[in-house]
Write a protein that binds this ligand. Structure first.
Ligand SMILES: Nc1nc2c(ncn2[C@@H]2O[C@H](COP(=O)(O)OP(=O)(O)OP(=O)(O)O)[C@@H](O)[C@H]2O)c(=O)[nH]1
Length: 360
């Protein structure tokens, strides 16, 4: 069976479980996850290698494949420039893909219709948000050659089996999904089935990334995300949404080399390598800065300690982490600042700086 490969975008409303699904399929934490909506701000690519499944008398099996999963920000009506940027990330992810996973949260029950045929109250709001998300998917029908969309009913660990059937019927009436699969990203239910369906949809083709590459995202971006995750978890109200993290210094540890300059094992007795990182936490107002720093710096210390532990286990080195809080008035409305936050732009800046230094 020839090898298959392709890009598969995961889209859905905020908090539907997109990042949890990405991490579960990868078997490793790549995207940060919190209970707060709009945690993910940029497209995150994770590379999954699916081994060949041999045909048996009862199972048709499937070829080996490389699935490039693309996690995206939650679909929502844009308010600020930052929201617009986030939605652009969703549109981009829908442009270049071989299949789409449209994920819905089953704890947002069906919009209950009243006799006038209209949903009311919170349900009406929820329905409006679903409609908005579906509109984006509807556009895929016009794509030449079509684009298969798999509907994932997520969080089935929270409802009874009897409640799943009406949800399947409801969603299937709204769009011709290629498949409908009830899953639990958190409890890893039906994820093998999902991968199997995805592999069967993908075109034949070679790997896009080397076999053991987990993502195209540089480590410094993942570090910034881990810091942002701790801010989301430890602060409340508006602060998490008004916060951005920028890595200002990233010094990787010295690599031990042999006579030929090739990397060699750390000599016995040498200390565990140390990565030195300095990061700026941007917020929009002085009051938010005060919250982020906390009484006598306690909050910043708590954020730093929690982030450092996660970064150390991700990098496998000791980490010296310095955090600074800076105010950038109303940054969520400043298109240029938001563009600069993008890690792809950040990489361009670093490359340009290095080129200039080499010239000197
Ligand atoms: N019970 C249950 N909770 C889940 C499941 N999947 C995700 N969650 C929880 O739902 C919340 C949101 O999960 P995320 O993975 O951050 O959701 P997201 O769609 O990436 O969210 P945004 O980045 O805001 O768009 C977290 O608290 C998850 O632990 C699931 O299968 N079952």
């Amino acid at each position: 069976m020839p090898f298959r490969s392709g890009f598969v975008s995961i889209v859905g409303r905020p908090n539907a479980g997109k990042s949890t699904l990405l991490n579960a399929l990868l078997g490793q934490k790549l995207a940060i996850v919190t209970h707060k909506p709009q945690t993910t701000r940029t497209r995150i690519q994770g590379v999954v290698e699916v081994p060949l499944k041999k045909k048996t008398a009862t199972d048709p099996g499937h070829p080996a494949a490389q699935v490039v999963l693309v996690d995206t920000p939650g679909i929502h009506k844009p308010d600020t420039q930052l929201d617009k940027r986030m939605m652009q990330e969703v549109h981009d992810a829908l442009e270049a893909r071989d299949a789409v996973l449209f994920i819905v949260d089953v704890t947002h029950q069906l919009p209950k219709e009243n006799p006038t045929g209209k949903a009311t109250g919170r349900m009406a709001l929820s329905k409006a948000e679903d409609d908005f998300a579906l509109q984006l998917i509807q556009r895929l029908k016009q794509v030449e050659g079509g684009c298969p969309v798999i509907l994932l009913l997520n969080k089935i660990d929270t409802i009874s089996t009897a409640e799943i059937m009406p949800l399947i019927a409801h969603w299937s009436s709204l769009y011709p999904f290629a498949e409908v699969i009830p899953i639990s990203a958190r409890k890893k239910i039906n994820l093998d089935l999902l991968l199997e369906k995805v592999v069967n949809i993908l075109p034949e083709g070679q790997r896009y990334f080397p076999k053991h590459q987990l993502t195209d995202q540089p480590e410094r971006f993942l570090v910034a995300e881990l810091i942002r995750e701790k801010i989301l978890l430890l602060t409340g109200e508006e602060v998490p949404y008004a916060t951005a993290v920028v890595i200002e210094k990233y010094e990787e540890p010295m690599v031990y080399t042999n006579d030929k300059g090739e990397p060699k094992k750390r000599p016995a007795g040498a200390k565990t390598p140390l990565t030195k990182i300095a990061a700026a936490i941007f917020c929009e107002r002085a009051g938010q800065k005060a919250i982020l720093i906390g009484k006598q710096g306690t909050m910043l210390k708590e954020i730093g300690t929690a982030a450092r532990k996660d970064i150390e286990s991700m990098l496998g080195t000791r980490v010296f982490l310095e955090l600074f809080v800076k105010v950038k008035d109303d940054w969520r409305s400043k298109a240029n600042f938001i563009e600069d936050l993008d890690w792809r732009r950040e990489l361009e800046h670093i490359a340009a700086k290095q080129a200039a230094e080499e010239k000197e």
